[in-house]
Ligand binder design. Structure first.
Ligand SMILES: [Zn+2]
Ligand SMILES: [Zn+2]
Ligand SMILES: [Zn+2]
Length: 51
């Protein structure tokens, strides 16, 4: 099985069964999926990809 990475530019999290798909890309969380336009600084996985 190949692991995929979250499509959020700064996010290093891997995505699998819980991936959120948007525009053909896979994201690890809703925050990443919307490009952190909600003002979130991270994805809930201890990374600060939204900063
Ligand atoms: Zn992340
Ligand atoms: Zn992510
Ligand atoms: Zn992110």
């Amino acid at each position: 099985m190949s692991q995929q990475q979250c499509a959020c530019p700064k996010c290093d999290c891997s995505v699998d069964s819980q991936a959120i798909e948007k525009n053909g890309q896979k994201f690890c969380s809703e925050s990443c999926a919307i490009g952190h336009t909600d003002g979130s600084t991270g994805c809930g996985h201890n990374c600060s990809c939204g900063k």
